[in-house]
Design a protein around this ligand. Structure first.
Ligand code: ACM
Length: 633
């Protein structure tokens, strides 16, 4: 016991002498902690690991995480005790609040003799445990025994706490349905990087994914469409003989199970019911929610080319049944999700049909609404009241600002930061999730090699994300979030490809202090984490190693191409003769002039004598087109 007291005292003193400078050679934690002081020596994991911890229910996953990681790959035996004078790892819930670290922060001391993690709350111990896992060799993430690894962690003192309380990832389970185990796997991956908020986009034109007991057709009819293959948005219109069996939904028991799973891992779930636009599945289930005659002929969208002149995918703000419907939906959603907010969408509402609706015209006259944006605002204000009547806060995409923001709405800014800035200036809370930095559905690199989606968003650009613009009261920006829309994401392997490594950059943007962020340092840590993804067989995009192309047509109609890499120290080798370049080919040193009759530029990147990028074949015709129209960077 005396020994323990001495050790505890020493570590308390050590915590007080933290240096703020970065002296963490060899340590690669993502997101970067607030303060790391590397100490001499290392902690060697014993064959018999004793974890000392309280065993209250909230500690279950903290203990499970350490038990699994410190035994499965290592072969060590882990014993968990409530109290003991000797401990390999001691998890300590502070008796007295440590105000610096708040409810999610922790202090971690790895000494030669043992590991101490202290926090005010179990969440902090969980994040401390995640950091500890990152201090051991990468094989610690293996799901099988790994031989011939020295299971050691460098000695270090770490103080850490998040910059934002809202650290979100949005998962669109509507465009393509993902199963309950797949959602749990998504949660397992996000918590490794200290995300604490899963936003589930549960409804859209392509599927309604949550059972609402009082409205069964939402899922018996609204959860299924026709499986198509190709590019979403360009599919042929499904014929009557194509089976409508693709999709699925979560039963209320499934939702409770997912919510509980997330809670045990300190993740809140934000449900999104996207109205009044993006509501085709709901309208198909209950056609009288539409202002437009003929809605009873609609079908749940299967990603076919959208014919906006024949389908009205909105709920009708002038129809009282819509508010009765939403009251039923929100009542059940509010009961299923303990989180304090409900997201009611509001984005991209196509209002063209409202112009032909006598009911909407009458509503405008009655309520003195001058524009169709004001009609949407009328709708949002009524929906806000319903959400608040269930004891929840109302949240929506930044379109809810148009026509007048509902009085207590929280805005999720996606069309850049502009909407968020405007809302914050009006005193509203904001979560920033701008397309410019945080849209994980966008291509990881050049469209010549990536599956085609709207835009390109490279890792280095995601890393520039800072949720707090200079011009606003920082207190109103409650956090940031990355969004994974799944129009073009049909399976988990591709989902992982889209999420990683960009979600590492966003994790750091929402956790780490601004002053601790540095692209070169971040990327050196990312590379170490890619090694971990290899071991867990988590797919990730290697696109960061591929160059970007910028084409210019000179006045004499000669074409020039500039190549750039996000990563320092790479060499680019190229050919114009259709053969596959390697390190014996010309090395790129300055913008290239495309030879007169060339048809193809091929490039590959190397680090030293190892190829790291993919072989990219860029047609000269494509470069000419880009020189005329646009480049991707
Ligand atoms: C959105 O991306 N439509 C919110």
């Amino acid at each position: 016991m005396k020994k323990l007291v001495v050790l505890l005292c020493c570590s308390v003193i050590a915590f007080h002498s933290f240096s703020q400078t970065k002296s963490d050679g060899g340590i690669a934690i993502i997101p970067e902690p607030v303060a790391i002081t590397k100490k001499a020596g290392e902690y060697v994991l014993p064959k018999k690991v004793i974890i000392v911890s309280s065993t209250q229910p909230e500690m279950k996953q903290v203990i499970a995480l350490l038990r699994d990681r410190l035994s499965i790959p290592t072969g060590s035996k882990v014993t968990v005790l409530n109290s003991s004078a000797v401990a390999s790892i001691r998890l300590i819930l502070n008796q007295k609040n440590d105000t610096l670290i708040g409810s999610e922060g922790y202090r971690l001391a790895v000494t030669k003799k043992g590991v101490f993690i202290r926090a005010n709350e179990p969440a902090g111990l969980y994040y401390g445990a995640q950091t500890l896992v990152q201090l051991f060799p990468k094989e610690i993430v293996s799901s099988t025994l790994v031989k011939n690894v020295r299971w050691v962690s460098p000695c270090a003192l770490i103080t850490d706490y998040p910059r934002f309380k809202w650290r979100g990832l949005m998962f669109d389970v509507s465009r393509h349905f993902f199963t309950k185990p797949e959602v749990k796997q998504f949660i397992d991956n996000m918590v490794k990087y200290k995300y604490n908020l899963l936003h589930m986009h549960l409804t859209d034109d392509e599927g309604w994914r949550i059972e609402i007991k009082s409205l069964p057709r939402l899922t018996t009819v609204g959860a299924y469409n026709v499986k198509k293959v190709g590019y979403f948005g360009t599919f042929s219109v499904p014929g009557p003989d194509e089976p409508r069996t693709y999709g699925g939904f979560y039963t209320q028991d499934d939702i409770r199970e997912i919510v509980q799973y997330a809670k045990e891992r300190f993740v809140d779930i934000l449900p999104e019911i996207d109205v009044p636009g993006h509501s085709q599945a709901a309208v198909v289930a209950y056609p009288d929610l539409s202002c437009t005659p003929g809605a009873d002929k609609y079908q749940v969208r299967s990603g076919e080319r959208r014919n906006k002149d024949t389908i009205d995918n909105t709920l009708c703000p002038a129809n009282e049944n819509v508010y009765v419907f939403l009251d039923k939906v929100i009542t059940e959603v509010a009961q299923l999700f303990p989180f304090g907010y409900i997201h009611m969408g509001g984005d991209e509402c196509d209002k063209r049909y409202w112009k032909n609706s006598a009911a909407i015209t009458a509503l405008m006259q009655r309520e003195n609404l001058k524009t169709y944006e004001e009609v949407q605002s009328y709708f949002e204000k009524r929906v806000e009241k319903i959400v608040e009547s269930k004891g929840k806060k109302f949240m929506g995409w930044d379109e809810i600002l148009e026509g007048g923001l509902a009085p207590d709405a929280i805005v999720m800014s996606w069309r850049g930061m502009k909407g968020g800035i405007e809302a914050a200036k009006m005193g509203h809370q904001v979560v920033m999730s701008p397309t410019t930095y945080a849209y994980l559905d966008y291509m990881n690199g050049d469209p010549i090699i990536e599956p085609h989606v709207y835009e390109t968003l490279r890792l280095s650009k995601t890393y520039e994300f800072d949720p707090v613009p200079d011009s606003v009261d920082a207190k109103l920006i409650i956090g940031g979030q990355a969004n994974l829309w799944t129009e073009q994401v049909t399976n988990v392997r591709h989902l992982e490809y889209m999420v990683w490594p960009r979600a590492l950059a966003i994790a750091e943007a929402v956790w780490s202090p601004r002053s601790r962020r540095n692209w070169d340092d971040f990327f050196s840590r990312v590379e170490k984490h890619l090694g971990r993804f290899d071991i867990t067989e988590t797919k990730y995009a290697p696109s960061v190693y591929d160059p970007s192309f910028t084409a210019h047509a000179a006045a004499d109609s000669v074409l020039h191409v500039e190549l750039n890499t996000e990563v320092k120290g790479l060499d680019i080798y190229y050919s114009f003769d259709n053969s596959f370049p390697d390190k014996f080919y010309p090395k790129y040193t300055e913008p290239l002039t495309v030879p007169k009759d060339a048809v193809m530029l091929k490039v590959i990147t190397y680090r030293g004598d190892k190829p790291v990028g993919r072989m990219i074949a860029m047609p000269v015709d494509e470069l000419k087109k880009r020189a005329r129209k646009r480049n991707y960077d």
